[in-house]
Ligand binder design. Sequence first.
Ligand code: S3P
Length: 189
Amino acid sequence: MQPSPPQRNLVLIGFMGTGKSAIGRAIARGLCVRHLDTDCEIERRFQMDIPRIFAEHGEAAFRSAEQDVLRRLARRGPSGAPQPRLIISTGGGTPMREENVDLLREMGQIVWLSAPIGTVLQRVGRNLKQRPLLAGYQDNPQQRIRQLMAEREPRYASLADIRVDTSPFASPKDAAAHIISLLRQNEDL
Ligand code: S3P
């Protein structure tokens, strides 16, 4: 009997506040597989949270660690022993490094989570200090979010296998159920 082909990882990309972490966790729970959050991996390496990493080591050190985490994830491919499928949540800026584009594609199927600017502002606005890229823009976070979104959306679009607007869903669990059913319809699960 032929062994069944290894199932691909799911990689969630998208802007801050679109639900990558919470929805990633909920998808993993729904499929009984492991969830991995690249931001958490980086925090574990540095033994400190992201605002402190940016403050003490700078964004460049954060981005290098981010790339290193992706490299390790991309490498757990078909060459070694079969690996269980992972649901991987990335940071909002992860796809912006040119070198990360191929790594993300190698890591698995890419789901782009999006949300309108008003929803993002509502979700991240409560705790701007936790987001170093917005922390210096307390007076006008909306303008900063608009500018970053405009820079990033073409990259998200070029990578995405599917796009899901997460704003209509009442909870991460509902969004996860929708994504799982979409993937099943496409016979990707
Ligand atoms: C970043 C988003 C954050 C985190 C870091 C940088 C970005 O992740 O990786 O603060 O460049 O947009 P979330 O998208 O999970 O907030």
